[in-house]
Ligand binder design. Structure first.
Ligand code: ATP
Length: 625
């Protein structure tokens, strides 16, 4: 929504845009109950806030009431003592109202901040529970907006709107009571007049706001014409197609439309002030007229002080009544904000611990896929009837064309997603029945996209195991073939890796993330080999780091290089989400199917270290034997 440049002063706060009108939230008792639940923990402070608001509004009005006494008892009766007494009392009351005002602001800010604090924490915890699917299908910007702007909107609403509604109400009620006490006829006139002069103000403001909006749209149109036609390619296009005259006319027409709107907007503003001042002066005049008639014709017991107080109170009621008449706008906006936030809270947690989740005492690392079917979206299966077994201590290499579902398959083991059909078991137990922390604690993943935090090497390692000793870290770094690099850094383990590890090369990042996983010491090791080319030295270093892991640990390797494939005990070939072939390198080569094809096109050439490509088939056969 564009508020435009003009309408702010006339209370964009007071009018709902077309978009807001179209998307009015549905206010249900359930929604209100939910909103109230956030205020509940602070009920004592809320009561205190009400008290201070009441006190401040009352004390602010009191000097107006005392004016009557100053006039009647001080000035009219020439009583200096009474005059000084009431003046001092007025000053004292004003000071007191300022002090309660400070207390009111403090309590108010405190409550607003604490409600948003609770909401932010709750939202963060909820988002943490969201599945991978949620993060891949939602814009990061949207998620952050809910966390920041929307919740901040709630804070503003609590701290500003809530207080202003309450204080406006108190002001109006106290003013009315005071007016009725003075004279009921004049009070009734007040009740009739106030809405009379607030309604035209409202209409005038609305008109001005409408024009401002239209002229803003016109301005956007002008900007887009300028952007289109005065750009290098735009002006070339208009020249070559002889459209200069047409473009000029288009610009002139929009420009003149904007000028007409600006004039109307300016005049609406002027009329607005005329209407405002006329109506605000009609009020006091009416009071003077009626009180004069009451005093002169009916000899009513009214004093000059009473009339002054009535006029002052009437003047004080104008702003609160106007603001209360517009409360529904604030109300709608707040409800819309809460609805947006609650929508996020209501997204079900897709992957969570089963109520009776199991935490086995020991983990061996046997993984079995039984007729697994999975798709990110309905009716678009990515994995189809996948069955295989990974025995503890063994390793499997998964190969297949890009997009065949290799990464998807391994994501099912730590339950980043749940299967749609079939099951994945870990040590004979369905992963959906295992405690999530236990399960994820058993799986170590080195993914294609290594993610390092902007911190030191030490901090990145400790993320995997907060209680790791320096020795354990060094051992992991050595095993991952990155210790030499760390030693070369002047700060050693405390060298900063840069934002997302940008200060490291691709190979160094991979090895550091291998070290991180080694430190975690999982039961199953998953290595999703990067497809992006690394130089042969980097590749060799990574190979040296993972070879011992493949040989000694239960591991699954998504492999793109022959050397990695050959190190595994079994090869699964995925194609279109199905296991097309399985077996040893030798068997698969002999079969002459998909694997052979992949081998001929990829592994034997591009992805083998230089010099080995040509001799690969023979050498690898030997290795496979
Ligand atoms: P590569 O070797 O290129 O990494 P892959 O074999 O690992 O490919 P996957 O990443 O498992 O393939 O993807 C399998 C299919 O699922 C692809 O068609 C891909 O577009 C789709 N896919 C992957 N991730 C998502 C996701 N988060 N949401 C929707 N579809 C996805």
């Amino acid at each position: 929504m564009t508020h435009g440049r003009g309408p702010g002063g006339y209370g964009s706060r007071f009018y709902l845009s077309e978009e807001e009108k179209a998307n009015k939230p549905r206010v249900t008792p359930e929604l209100l109950r939910r909103i109230f639940s956030y205020f509940k923990p602070y009920s004592v402070r809320l009561a205190l806030l009400l008290l201070t608001i009441g006190a401040t509004s009352f004390l602010t009005l009191f000097p107006s009431i005392l004016t009557g006494k100053i006039i009647d008892e001080g000035l009219m009766e020439h009583n200096l003592q009474a005059l000084i007494k009431y003046i001092l009392l007025s000053l004292g009351v004003m000071l007191a109202s300022n002090l309660t005002g400070v207390a009111q602001s403090y309590i108010n800010t405190w409550i607003a901040q604490h409600i948003t604090y609770d909401m932010r924490n709750q939202m963060y915890a909820h988002l943490q529970k969201m599945s991978q699917r949620f993060f891949t299908s939602n814009h990061q910007g949207d998620i952050i907006t809910r966390m920041t702007s929307d919740i901040d909107g709630v804070r503003q609403m609590v701290s500003t709107n809530l207080t202003s509604i309450l204080s406006d109400l108190v002001t109006v009620i106290i003013s009315l009571i005071a007016m009725f006490q003075k004279n009921w006829i004049l009070a009734l006139i007040g009740i009739v007049i106030v809405p009379l002069f607030t309604i035209p103000t409202r209409r005038a403001g609305q008109t001005r706001w409408k024009y401002a909006h239209e002229s803003q749209a016109c301005n956007d149109e002008i900007n887009s014409i300028l952007n289109e036609t005065l750009s290098v390619s735009g002006q070339l296009l208009s020249k070559l197609f002889c459209r200069e005259k047409y473009e000029y006319e288009r610009y002139k027409e929009t420009n003149s439309r904007m000028i007409r709107l600006n004039i109307r907007e300016g005049m609406a503003g002027r009329w607005f002030r005329v209407v405002l001042s006329t109506f605000t002066s009609i009020g006091p005049m009416l009071i003077y007229l009626v009180s004069g008639m009451l005093m002169i014709v009916y000899k009513a017991e009214l004093t000059i002080g009473d009339v002054t107080v009535l006029v002052a109170l009437l003047g004080r009621m104008y702003a609160p009544v106007n603001s209360l008449l517009n409360t529904h706008v604030d109300w709608m906006r707040s409800m819309a904000l809460f609805t947006r936030i609650f929508e996020y809270f209501d997204i079900p947690v897709e992957i969570e611990n089963a109520p009776d989740a199991l935490t086995p005492a020991r983990a061996e690392g046997n993984v079995v896929f039984q007729h697994v079917g999975f798709g990110y979206e309905k009716d678009r299966p990515v994995l189809k009837d996948v069955s295989f077994e990974l025995k503890a201590g063994h390793s499997i290499a998964i190969v297949g064309p890009s997009g065949s579902g290799k990464s998807t398959l391994v994501n099912l083991i730590p339950r980043l997603y749940d299967v749609n059909e079939g099951s994945v078991t870990f040590d004979g137990i369905d992963v959906r029945r295992l405690d999530l922390s236990f399960l994820r604690g058993q799986v170590g993943v080195v993914s294609q996209e290594t993610y390092l935090f902007n911190g030191t090497i030490r901090q990145n390692l400790l993320y995997a195991r907060p209680d790791a000793t320096e020795e354990q870290m060094i051992t992991a770094l050595k095993k991952a073939n990155i210790w030499d690099y760390v030693c070369k850094q002047p700060e050693g383990l405390d060298a900063v890796v840069g934002n997302r590890g940008l200060k490291l090369s691709g190979g160094e990042k991979q090895r550091l993330s291998i070290a991180r996983v080694l430190l975690k010491d999982p039961t199953i090791f998953i290595f999703d080999e990067a497809t992006s080319a690394l130089d042969s030295i980097s590749e060799q270093k990574i190979q040296e780091a993972i070879d011992p892991i493949i040989q000694s640990r239960t591991s699954i390797l998504i492999a793109h290089r022959l050397s990695t494939i050959l190190a595994a005990d079994e090869i699964l070939v995925l194609q279109d989400g199905r296991i097309a072939e399985r077996g040893s390198h030798r068997e698969l080569i002999a079969r002459g199917g998909v694997y052979r094809e992949l081998y001929d096109t990829q592994f034997s050439r591009a992805l083998l270290p230089e010099g080995e490509a040509d001799s690969a088939p023979a050498g690898s056969q030997a290795a496979a034997d």
